[in-house]
Design a protein around this ligand. Structure first.
Ligand code: CA
Ligand code: ZN
Length: 296
């Protein structure tokens, strides 16, 4: 059975209070249809970004309730595939992002997607690398706006969250409540102007629950690498958390001492930036699977 959640089931924050859009058993495949981060309000470059509704920003489709997921478990989410629409949007906004202090006037750029390339201008075509900006579960308490990343996931803007990636989240409440949105046709690490090539689309995932195991922060794997992910207002604190999480995994999986595992990380691990423009900054710590084959 294939399940689907349409965009009329969208949330603006991740919270235990959100009513499930759909309930499925573990092992299910579910397609999430997603708006872009502007809730598809921008159709052409004549629009003024100041005139869109800022109450409808960063919608995430969901949440999905997974029957077997209980507090303290791990939710496993395999990204089976990501389809994107035929047009993406970017923006330059005064005061937004690393270069915003000198942006005098806002500007919108529409990027047609043709034959798997985003048309940036007459001379530059960027191969697409469809990724998910916002994906996460409900936090234990409170509401976290979908524009914010944290240990529940959320707006991690991690360019490695693509088809073929498997994510792991802490389950904070029964059902986990998985939501996602904010696809990008492509995005550079850092997302320095606060937009990737924002685009609507759909994501097919397979959800599973790993019982009696727990993690404190999201983790991820692809064909070649495992990653830990951490977010914080302070970049170095985020880096430290992601590093400590990977260090724990390496000590555990390879049965190494604290020092030995530390030296191994220092020899082959990579600190990578996801984004530096959201309310918290997100990093990932990467290790090759040839050294450590599993992340959980
Ligand atoms: Ca985002
Ligand atoms: Zn985005």
């Amino acid at each position: 059975m294939e399940y689907r959640i349409k965009t009329d089931n969208c949330v603006y924050s991740m919270s235990a209070k959100n009513k499930p859009a759909l309930t499925v058993p573990m092992g299910s495949t579910v397609i999430f249809h997603t708006f872009d981060c502007f809730q598809n309000q921008i159709k052409n470059d004549k629009q003024e970004i100041e005139n869109i509704s800022w109450d409808n920003i960063n919608p995430a489709t969901g949440p999905l309730f997974i029957e077997e997921a209980k507090e303290g478990d791990i939710l496993k989410v395999e990204i089976v595939n990501i389809s994107i629409a035929d047009q993406g949007v970017m923006a330059a906004i005064p005061q937004a992002g690393l270069l915003g202090d000198k942006v005098k006037k806002s500007e919108i750029k529409i990027l047609p997607i043709i034959e798997n390339k985003a048309i940036f201008n007459d001379n530059i075509q960027i191969p697409v690398n469809p990724m998910i900006g916002v994906i996460g579960v409900a936090p234990k308490s409170g509401e976290i706006p979908c524009g914010e990343p944290d240990s529940h996931g959320g707006n991690m803007d991690n360019a490695k969250i693509v088809a073929g990636t498997t994510l792991y989240f802490p389950v904070n409440i029964e059902g986990a409540l998985l939501s996602m949105g904010d696809l990008h046709a492509c995005m550079g690490d850092g997302e320095i102007m606060v937009t990737g090539v924002e685009i609507s689309g759909s994501v097919k995932v397979r959800v599973d629950v790993i019982k009696e195991r727990s993690i404190d922060n999201p983790a991820m794997e692809d064909k070649e690498f495992i990653y830990t992910i951490a977010s914080d207002e302070d970049l170095l604190t985020a880096v430290k958390t992601a590093t400590q999480e990977m260090h724990k995994i390496v000590m555990n999986k390879l049965e190494m001492s604290y020092n030995e595992a530390g030296m191994l990380l220092s020899a082959v691990g990579d600190i990578e930036i996801c984004q530096v423009v959201d309310p918290k900054l997100t990093v990932r710590y990467k290790m090759p699977k040839s050294i450590v084959s599993e992340v959980v």
